[in-house]
Structures are given as structure tokens and as C-alpha cells.
Design a protein around this ligand. Structure first.
Ligand SMILES: CC(=O)SCCNC(=O)CCNC(=O)[C@H](O)C(C)(C)COP(=O)(O)OP(=O)(O)OC[C@H]1O[C@@H](n2cnc3c(N)ncnc32)[C@H](O)[C@@H]1OP(=O)(O)O
Ligand SMILES: CC(C)C(=O)C(=O)O
Ligand SMILES: [Mg+2]
Length: 566
């Protein structure tokens, strides 16, 4: 690996800012957002969006609440131009949405671009030229002066042509981007931006957007933050400047870079949904927005149906969303590992209790930085079971899908049984499969979804009376290897009487623990009973489910008894 051919970024692009202020700052409000899905995102797709897909993307962005949307590079192609015009022709742009169009600093392209804006309520002309040394030397073969002049001339072209052709009823703003700002000498980037402002003359009601792109991300996020703070401090007319961050994600730190930029003074963030864009993408607006949300800050964007957003974006871009994509990936609210599941289960219980007792719904759940329900996700996928899972996950699934509230030691016993399955199969156990494993193990006589009934013993019928001394007198019919036996016993209570019946079958049995609860409410309620018993020197659990609590408890003892012989 010939790492020696690379240079540390700071060797060539030092930032002199020893008294930087951004590390001590906090983000307290959402920035202005610009979605560039239809431009930067679209230009990086294997198959660029067709008009219908572009329209679906535009409508989605509007619905989510984005107020600034870059809709294309209309001078680049007839498709882009037609789409821009179709938005006007179909009255698709709400009054409070500003569309933005990108152009190079070339007179013919600027004119063609501005011509497309007729009829929009609000628009921004976005002009860029490359200012970084490698572009000056290799691509444009321009010196600094000529590079600056290109930006000046382009800005003047925009103003002159707007003056000439644009109706007063279109509110047109201006955005300038020095391309690969991060690679450009800071004092030169400042010089070009100042020269552009000298032409545009920002003032009250005449802002200028200065967009400083990390076109290619090449350093740690703190370096970009220093660059932004340096620009923010040194720009003149700062109160009329909207300082905008445009971050790509080459080092995988686009989100962090945008966030630190906000600390450092950026007023506005450009990016794409789920980080579409050239190479590793533009910064992901969903992650940046929801990161704010989880700090109690209103992102001003509606993420409440994240699955719908994902579906539309996937349709438009023909790109898949990775399963671990923050906030939206299939697995991002899922825990497989035992200790995580245990903590989440306890967390949900504690949360329910806290809300019931105090009404306080502050989110504080282990391993879940956000409530999936806020994004329209259900809790169903929060816990999934595989060989890494423990009792917590198994118990959570049975509780959420079947209302079964298993006692702790039963959870431990069942979890070992499930582990035997997952170790053998190597894969995940779905909630349905888990129910089958549970039912096959503990409810042998039940008619659960085609499971083969098994077990030497089965409860056929019971009849019980209680005398004036509160003693229970029980007549019970138990099938033993297919043959019914009627036994009559008595005890201090129904369970005691039933244990005595089991002893008549020749077993030693001692009940160690017992629990029961209703599975449902109302007249047709069902009960679940759990018994831990020592039977013929084995200690194990049994489970019974029945509309009658008493029968459920008898069935639980039969379940444990059968399990001793399996
Ligand atoms: C970082 C970004 O995302 S920037 C946006 C990039 N997106 C796109 O380029 C998509 C759309 N672009 C296009 O379709 C085409 O590039 C067009 C239609 C705009 C221009 O096409 P062409 O006229 O054929 O030029 P081409 O694409 O080869 O561009 C290179 C020329 O433009 C010049 N150029 C490049 N950028 C700029 C700029 N911002 N301002 C002025 N001139 C520029 C180059 O110096 C080069 O000039 P040269 O031919 O004299 O050497
Ligand atoms: C056109 C500019 C803003 C751009 O997309 C970039 O530099 O990444
Ligand atoms: Mg870009």
C-alpha cells in the first residue's frame, strides 16, 4: 500500500484559527435546508430520473417541507430544461418554495438558465466556477486573477440578464459557489466571494448565498469547521450573507462535517435524501435532520413516514437503501444480541410505567436513540432473535406478539431451547417460528397451527367442588398413553388437589413457583398459567393456556410432567 504518495491535507491547506470558537458552541435550531436531489443527486445516478420520477421527487420534497429545492442544471440538457418548465406549466411550486437552478459561469448558459425561470414565484440562480489550484492549473489553465474575473463576469451576466428579461413578479436571488472551496486557499476563496459580493451588492432584502462546497471531502470535519468559521469571521457584509455548507461524503464524514459547519457559522445546509450524489454521495439530509430531532430540535422537516420517503426515493433513484442506513435502514431499530434485547425490554417496561405514573414521556431507552414510532415505524422489528440473542429478546417477542408474560426462570429455560434451534439452523428465528418452538415445547396437547400433538399425558376433564372448610375436591380425567383414567382427590386448593392426582399416577411432584395472567380481556378472556415444578428429580417449567384459569393451571402441570419424559 503506497501510502507515501498522499500528503496530509493540512500541509497544503492550513487554517490559522488558534482561537476557534465552534468547539464550545451548540446547535440550537435547524439550518435553512436546500435539497439538491434533483441536481447533484440526479447527476450521479446510473439512470438519471425521467420526468415522472423527477416530479415524484419534487412533490416528496415539497411535502416533507423543504423550502429551497435545486431543480436542475437546465442549460445542460433538454430533459432538465423541460422538467423545469413543466413545474411552472403544471403550477407545481407552492408560493413559499424557492427553486434553484445551477449554471456554469458562461454567458450563453447563464442566459438559457435564466430564460427557464419565467413564471416561478421565487427562484435562485446558482453560479459556480472552480477556484481550487488543481482546477486553475489543470482544467481551466487560469491564474488567480482570471479565475476571480470569471466569477465576477458570471455574476454581472446574471444581474444584467435578470434586469433585461425577468418580470418583477419573480423574486430572484443569487447563490455563488467557489468549487472545491476546501481545496482553495482560504484568502483566495474570500477574495473571490468579496469580488462577487461587490457586484451583487447584498443589502437588506437582497441577501447573497455563499455556498462553500467540500466538493470532495478530504480532511477531518474539524478542518472544514475551521474553514467555515474563518470565512464567517472574515467576510464583509456578513449580515447579508447566507453562509451555506455543501458537503460530500468521500471520507464517510459528510454528516459530521455539516454538523460542525453549523457550529462554525453555517446558516444553511445543502444535501440529498439518504445521501445520493456523486461518488459516495452528498451529505444525507435525513440523517442531519433527524440528528437534530433527537436533540429536541425541530428540524422543520416532516420525517413522520420515513418508509414512504424511502419508497419514493428508491423508486426515483433506482438505488437501494442499505439495511444499516441511519434512521431508515431495515435493521436500524433492531437488536439481535442478548444483552441489548434485555435492556430494551426493560427500557420499554420502565417507560410504560413512567408514563403511567408521571405522564413524563421523555425518551430514554437503552440502545434506541429515537422512538421508531415517531418515524412511522412499528416496534415489531425492534427485537429479532438469532444465535446471539438471550432471554430478553425471546421474552420480548412472545410478549409483543402473543401477550405472554413469561416468569424470569422460564425465560432462561426457553432461551436455551431457542438457542439450540438457532445454533443448529445458524439463522434468525422469526416471531412465528418462535411461537412454534414455544408451543411445541410447552403446549404439546394444543392445536397450534398444525403442530403434531405429543406427550404421554393429556387433561380430558375436571370437576371440582369446595367444601365449607375451603378444601377442594377434584375429579379429574387424565389420558395416560391414550387411555383415560379418572382420579378423585382433594387438597388445600385446586393445585394442591391436582398435584395429589398426579402423585396417584406414580410421580413425585413438588411445585416451586407458579404464575398466571390473563391473555385477553372480556368474557372470552384466555388465561396463561406457568408452573415450575420438581418432578421425579427434574426441575422444569410447564405452561397451560385455557379460558379457565384453573384448567390453565392444571394444563401447566401436565405440560411440565410431559416434558420430564420427552
Ligand atoms: C461539482 C459539481 O457538481 S458541478 C456540476 C457538474 N454537473 C454537470 O456538469 C452536469 C451538466 N453539465 C453538462 O451537461 C455540460 O458540462 C454542459 C452542457 C454544462 C457544458 O458542456 P460543454 O460545453 O460540452 O463543456 P464540457 O462539459 O466539456 O465542460 C468543460 C468546459 O467548460 C468549462 N467549465 C467548466 N466549469 C465551468 C464553470 N463553472 N464556469 C465556466 N466554465 C466552466 C471548462 O473549462 C471547459 O472549457 P474548455 O472546453 O474551454 O476547456
Ligand atoms: C456546484 C457545486 C456547489 C457542487 O455541487 C460541489 O462543489 O460539490
Ligand atoms: Mg456537489
Amino acid at each position: 500500500m503506497p501510502f507515501g504518495k498522499y500528503r496530509p491535507f493540512l500541509d497544503t491547506n492550513p487554517v490559522d484559527l488558534p482561537d476557534r470558537q465552534w468547539p464550545g458552541k451548540r446547535i440550537t435550531k435547524a439550518p435553512r435546508w436546500l435539497s439538491t436531489d434533483l441536481r447533484d443527486g440526479n447527476q450521479a445516478l446510473i439512470e438519471p430520473m425521467d420526468p415522472a420520477r423527477k416530479r415524484a421527487m419534487f412533490d416528496l420534497l415539497v411535502k416533507m417541507g423543504y423550502k429551497e429545492i435545486e431543480i436542475g442544471f437546465p442549460a445542460a440538457s433538454q430533459t432538465d430544461l423541460d422538467f423545469v418548465r413543466s413545474l411552472v406549466d403544471n403550477d407545481a411550486v407552492p408560493e413559499d418554495v424557492t427553486v434553484s437552478v445551477l449554471t456554469q459561469a458562461r454567458t450563453d448558459l447563464i442566459h438559457r438558465t435564466i430564460d427557464t425561470l419565467e413564471g416561478f414565484p421565487r427562484a435562485t440562480v446558482h453560479l459556480y466556477n472552480a477556484t481550487a489550484p488543481v482546477f486553475r492549473n489543470v482544467v481551466f489553465r487560469n491564474d488567480k486573477e482570471a479565475t476571480k474575473q470569471l466569477a465576477i463576469d458570471g455574476t454581472r451576466d446574471v444581474m444584467d440578464y435578470l434586469e433585461k428579461v425577468m418580470d418583477d413578479d419573480v423574486i430572484v436571488g443569487y447563490q455563488y459557489s467557489p468549487e472545491i472551496f476546501v481545496d482553495t486557499e482560504l484568502d483566495f476563496a474570500l477574495e473571490v466571494c468579496e469580488a462577487v459580493m461587490d457586484i451583487w451588492q447584498p443589502a437588506d432584502d437582497r441577501e447573497i448565498i455563499l455556498n462553500l462546497p467540500s466538493t470532495v471531502e478530504r480532511a477531518t470535519p474539524n478542518v472544514y469547521a475551521d474553514q467555515i468559521e474563518w470565512m464567517s469571521r472574515n467576510l464583509s457584509r456578513r449580515e447579508h450573507v447566507v453562509l451555506s455548507a455543501h458537503n460530500h461524503n468521500d471520507r464517510g464524514t459528510g454528516v459530521a462535517t455539516s454538523e460542525l459547519a453549523m457550529l462554525a457559522g453555517a446558516d444553511r445546509v445543502e444535501g440529498c435524501l439518504f445521501g445520493q450524489g456523486e461518488r459516495t454521495g452528498n451529505v444525507d439530509l435525513v440523517t442531519v435532520g433527524l440528528n437534530l430531532y433527537t436533540q429536541g430540535i425541530d428540524p422543520q422537516i416532516d420525517f413522520s413516514n420515513i418508509d414512504e420517503v424511502q419508497k419514493i426515493v428508491e423508486h426515483c433513484t433506482r438505488m437501494e437503501t442499505p439495511a444499516r442506513m441511519p434512521y431508515v435502514g431495515d435493521l436500524v431499530y433492531t437488536s439481535f444480541s442478548g444483552s441489548h434485547q434485555d435492556a430494551i425490554k426493560k427500557g420499554f417496561e420502565a417507560r410504560r410505567k413512567k408514563i403511567e405514573e408521571t405522564g413524563d414521556d421523555t425518551w430514554d431507552l437503552p440502545y434506541l436513540p429515537i422512538d421508531p414510532a415517531d418515524l412511522g415505524r412499528t416496534y415489531e422489528a425492534v427485537v429479532r432473535v438469532n444465535s446471539q440473542s438471550g432471554k430478553g429478546g425471546v421474552a420480548y417477542l412472545l410478549s409483543t406478539t402473543k401477550n405472554l408474560d413469561l416468569p424470569r426462570r422460564l425465560q432462561i429455560e426457553l432461551s436455551q431451547i431457542v438457542k439450540n434451534h438457532t445454533d443448529a439452523s445458524g439463522g434468525e428465528v422469526t416471531a412465528d417460528e418462535l411461537w412454534h418452538i414455544f408451543a411445541d415445547e410447552y403446549l404439546p396437547a394444543s392445536e397450534v397451527d398444525g403442530l403434531e400433538p405429543w406427550g404421554m399425558y393429556a387433561l380430558r376433564g375436571t370437576s371440582m367442588t369446595t367444601d365449607e372448610d375451603a378444601r377442594s375436591h377434584l375429579t379429574v380425567t387424565i389420558s395416560v398413553s391414550g387411555e383415560d383414567r379418572e382420579i378423585t382427590t382433594s387438597g388445600n386448593g385446586p393445585i394442591d388437589a391436582f398435584v395429589a392426582a398426579i402423585e396417584q399416577l406414580g410421580h413425585r411432584i413438588h411445585v416451586l413457583d407458579y404464575a398466571e395472567h390473563a391473555l385477553s380481556e372480556g368474557r372470552d378472556a384466555t388465561a396463561a398459567a406457568y408452573v415450575e415444578a420438581e418432578i421425579d428429580d427434574q426441575v422444569l417449567w410447564g405452561v397451560g393456556i385455557d379460558p379457565s384459569t384453573m384448567t390453565a393451571s392444571f394444563k401447566s402441570i401436565i405440560s411440565a410432567l410431559n416434558r420430564t419424559r420427552r
